[in-house]
Design a protein around this ligand. Sequence first.
Ligand SMILES: Nc1ncnc2c1ncn2[C@@H]1O[C@H](COP(=O)(O)OP(=O)(O)OP(=O)(O)O)[C@@H](O)[C@H]1O
Ligand SMILES: [Mg+2]
Length: 423
Amino acid sequence: MVNENQSPLILGVEDEATQAIVLKQCLKGHNFNFHVVNNGQAALDFIYSEKPDLVLCDWMMPGISGIDVCKEIKSNPKLTSTIFILLTGKSSVEDQVFALEAGADDFLNKPVNKSQLLARIHAGLRQKKLFNQLQIANKALKETQSQLVQTQKMSSLSRIVAGVAHEINNPANFIYGNIQYLKEYFQDLFDLIDLFLEKQETLPPEIEEFMKNIDFEYLNEDIPKVLSSMTTGTKRINKIVQSLKSFSGLDEADIKLVSLNDCIDNTLTLMQQQLEEKHIDIVREYKQLPRIYCHFRNINQALMHVIANAIDAIETKQESSPELRGIITIQTLLVSEKTLQISIIDNGTGIDPDAFENIFDPFFTTKPIGSGTGLGLSVTYRIMQRHGGTISCNSFPGSGSEFVISLPTQPVLGVVAKSSIAS
Ligand SMILES: Nc1ncnc2c1ncn2[C@@H]1O[C@H](COP(=O)(O)OP(=O)(O)OP(=O)(O)O)[C@@H](O)[C@H]1O
Ligand SMILES: [Mg+2]
């Protein structure tokens, strides 16, 4: 890349020593970093390792010719922007066409004329600079485009999710609420039967037969278990619905002026029991932060998701290293007047490189079936996005992970489309 602050790096490739000296003389006193080699292979080695901005290359050389060097670097996407000027005694139009078709950017006849050489070098470097600017603009354009696609995808997904959450919420609450009554009704019925059996010394044979057929003893034992597993199942549905609501912004409630350090402490208090059970120490490295307006429940929830993942990763690592003392380090920092940062670092498993790209995707989980919904990080991502913040991850497979949350000191508190809120 032609760096504004650095001298352009130019490679001369010339097998004749006198010609090489002529080139050096021509470029002397100009602000170039000039290097010369005397054969095609050395030229390729230099180009691959140093990536010069411009190459002045003799056509006719023993071994790899200038044309071959040119073809090789122009066919490599990483080197194609290197400006290639062929130097030759050949002057026919056919030769010039042949050289340009091989990918050369320019063509100079030998013996070279100093001012012509310098003019061509400057023109080549200008071309290279424009190429670089174009590449940067192109990259920025692609990033913006992919962000737009991502935002669009997320917002359609969140509309669908909002609908699904609403549809599931009512029937799930209905089941959950009724299980409590069902428990009481069954208890009453069993008490009634017990009473009846107590008062009845002998039972009519049909009733004895019926009780045997339905395995009354077993029913008596099993019904409470069935009801309690239904309760567990509906609690899990409720948890998923809650996550889906957070994902789509349905549960954005109170906006409050809070201190993030306090939010972290409150979240840790709630998780204290788990941390103690799993022998995990918390290291707090807080810096003083300004208080910010935010959807504080959502921020607490996001922190809880990230810390819960850190606990899980440490617990998984403890299965193979039982002596491991888990450590979760939480750092907070005012990065600039406009940005706050929270880093949550654990010494757990780290993230498998194959999984890394997907961790923020909804429903992506590596946890055993039934233990993870795969919604924690996608919900956290959305919560940050809605506050104008970001979350990113650095993973050190085998030794831990770091999640970095950045939030503006004046969060953009996005308004949620309330039309879909009915639950
Ligand atoms: N601190 C971490 N260390 C190692 N892996 C992690 C960590 N945090 C997240 N992951 C990986 O990212 C995946 C997705 O995390 P996410 O919180 O979205 O879902 P989950 O924890 O699997 O389920 P849920 O949070 O919904 O109960 C996890 O299954 C795990 O593989
Ligand atoms: Mg999780």
